[in-house]
Ligand binder design. Structure first.
Ligand code: CAA
Length: 260
């Protein structure tokens, strides 16, 4: 598929999706969200893709939010479709059986913070800024901001951000646990790719089971959650990669995982 609003490349097992509307600070319109969904589905279906990076083009923004120009004249039924498309796409990223990293190179506001939170990890440049400013526009977050933010940083802090509409710089985002790592802007992509390539070399079935257990165990009652973990863990014993990993350890050599 030809994309108009994103760039999509794959290098050494790592897919990179770049939001590419720099003149609008990569604001997410429905067309871009549809393209994102298509590209993520392609990543899911391609065994050669072992990790995913999302980032923004230009030096200023990851995503400055949902496209306000498109939203301004929406009727509630149009907004419902736009929000559902976003949720469907972000959930696809979150539950992708492959690891994902958001490389946040500037503003990640509203839908930008929300898109980054659907990724497994967030690496930020020193100039990154986060926030849920929807309240200032007369609406509320619609792509998971009221749900994923409280799960990541706690209810009190999430309420401060969602109700107050304020922004967090990279350092504050790191302190509250929204961001995993901070890098100087010039090093962000290089460092993110380095880590993504490391993840791409991990045994894929174990990665899939680890994500499944983390994602789906989180909202279960504890006894059910540990049961889920036991089942996911024991399934790894059906793979050649487990044999290879344990044998390599005992033979004191580096494991060569084949994905089987
Ligand atoms: N939608 C549409 N266009 C946007 C945009 C957005 N979210 N954010 C920025 N732009 C456009 C601006 O309109 C401007 O276009 P023009 O050059 O044609 O005027 C261009 O990008 C550059 O933006 P600014 O001139 O405003 O740049 P700045 O450096 O002065 O400010 C900013 C940067 C603080 C990010 C500011 O652009 C801003 O506040 N943007 C909106 C942030 C926002 O409210 N996001 C939430 C959207 S709602 C949402 O996301 C809902 C949801 O949960 C799904």
């Amino acid at each position: 598929m030809e994309y108009k609003n994103i760039l999509f490349t794959v290098e050494e097992g790592v897919a990179i999706i770049t939001f590419n509307r720099p003149k609008a600070l990569n604001a997410m319109n429905s067309e871009m969200m549809g393209e994102l969904q298509d590209a993520v589905t392609a990543c899911k279906d391609d065994d050669n893709v072992r990790a995913l990076i999302l980032t923004g083009s230009g030096e200023k923004a990851f995503i400055a939010g949902a496209d306000i120009t498109e939203m301004q004249n929406m009727e509630p039924q149009d907004a419902l479709k736009f929000m559902e498309l976003g949720h469907e796409t972000l959930r696809l990223i979150e539950t992708l059986p492959k690891p994902s990293i958001a490389a946040i190179n500037g503003f990640a506001l509203g839908g930008g913070t929300e898109t980054s939170m659907a990724c497994d990890m967030r690496f930020a440049s020193e100039n990154a800024r986060f926030g849920q400013p929807e309240i200032l526009l007369g609406l509320i977050p619609g792509w998971g901001g009221t749900q994923r933010l409280s799960r990541l940083i706690g209810m009190g802090r999430a309420k401060e951000i969602v109700l107050g509409g304020g922004q967090l710089d990279a350092q504050r985002a790191y302190e509250v646990g929204l961001v995993n790592k901070i890098y100087p802007a010039g090093q962000l992509m290089e460092e993110t790719k380095k880590f993504a390539k490391k993840l791409a070399g991990m045994p894929p079935f174990a990665i899939k089971m680890a994500k499944h257990s983390l994602n789906f165990g989180y909202d279960l009652a504890f006894d059910n959650a540990i049961r889920l973990e036991v089942e996911c863990c024991s399934q790894c014993f059906s793979t050649k990669d487990l044999k290879e990993g344990t044998t390599a350890f005992l033979e004191k050599r580096k494991a060569n995982f084949t994905g089987r």
